[in-house]
Design a protein around this ligand. Structure first.
Ligand SMILES: Cc1cc2nc3c(=O)[nH]c(=O)nc-3n(C[C@H](O)[C@H](O)[C@H](O)COP(=O)(O)O)c2cc1C
Length: 207
C-alpha cells in the first residue's frame, strides 16, 4: 500500500550557491509530513561537494536512500528522480504536485525555464508547472544580476512564478549561519502555505 502524506511538493536543487537552503527546506518539508519529489542537477552535486561535507552519492537511487536516512523520512517520503527520468510524476500535468520549488535556482536553469527548453527533468517539471498554472517558486542566487537574469526573472514573474531570492534579512538579529538559512526557508514555507515556526511573523516580535 502506498504511503499517504499531507501534501506533495516538487523540489529541484540546481547549481547555484546555497545548497544549505535546500537541505533545510527538505528537513522542514519532511517534518511537515510532505512528500518531497526531488531532483538534483549535476552542477548542484558539485556545489554540495564544495559547500558541505555530507558526501551525497551521485545516483538518484542512492541519493534517495541517503537523504531519507539523513532526514529520517517515512518510507516513500523522499523520492529522487534523475535528469532524464521522463516517466516521473513531475514530468506531466496529470502527475505533478500543485507546487514546485527550485532552490537554489541557477541563472542557467532560470534561463532554460524562461525559454521553455525542457531539456532535463527539472526544466520539464518547471515547464509543466507553468503550463498548468501551478505554483512555481524560484530561489535564484547570483550577484550582481545581469540584464539577462533580470529579464528572465521578470518574464517568469509575469507568468505567475514567484521570484524569491536567496536574500536573507537581518531584522531577526541572526547570530548563526543557520539563522540566515532559516530566514529564507521560512519565506519559502510561507509561500507554500505551510505553517512555519522558524521565525516570528512580522508584527509579532520586531516592534
Ligand atoms: C561551487 C559553485 C557555485 C556556483 N554558484 C552559482 C551561483 O551562485 N549562481 C549561479 O547561477 N550559478 C552558479 N554556479 C554555476 C552553475 O552551477 C552552472 O551555471 C551550471 O551550469 C548550472 O547548471 P544547473 O542549472 O543544471 O544546475 C556555481 C557553480 C559552482 C561549481
Amino acid at each position: 500500500m502506498s504511503e499517504v502524506f499531507t501534501r506533495r511538493v516538487s523540489l529541484a536543487i540546481t547549481g547555484a550557491s546555497g545548497v544549505q537552503y535546500a537541505l533545510r527546506l527538505i528537513e522542514c518539508l519532511v517534518a511537515a509530513d510532505c512528500q518531497v519529489l526531488l531532483m538534483i542537477s549535476k552542477a548542484a552535486q558539485v556545489v554540495v561537494a564544495t559547500e558541505t561535507s555530507i558526501g551525497l552519492p551521485g545516483a538518484a537511487e542512492q541519493q534517495e536512500i541517503f537523504l531519507s536516512n539523513k532526514f529520517q523520512a517515512r518510507p516513500g517520503q523522499i523520492k529522487v528522480f534523475g535528469r532524464e527520468q521522463w516517466m516521473a510524476p513531475v514530468a506531466s500535468g496529470s502527475g505533478a504536485p500543485s507546487s514546485m520549488v527550485i532552490c537554489p535556482c541557477s541563472t542557467g536553469t532560470l534561463s532554460a525555464i524562461a525559454c521553455g527548453a525542457s531539456n532535463n527533468l527539472i526544466e520539464r517539471a518547471a515547464d509543466v508547472a507553468l503550463k498548468e498554472r501551478r505554483q512555481l517558486i524560484l530561489v535564484p542566487r547570483e550577484a550582481p544580476f545581469s540584464e539577462i537574469h533580470l529579464e528572465n526573472m521578470l518574464k517568469l514573474s509575469r507568468m505567475g512564478a514567484v521570484i524569491l531570492p536567496a536574500c536573507p534579512g537581518f531584522y531577526h538579529q541572526p547570530t548563526t549561519i543557520d539563522d540566515l538559512i532559516d530566514f529564507v526557508v521560512a519565506r519559502i514555507l510561507s509561500q507554500l502555505g505551510l505553517e512555519q515556526v522558524l521565525l516570528p511573523r512580522w508584527g509579532e516580535k520586531y516592534i
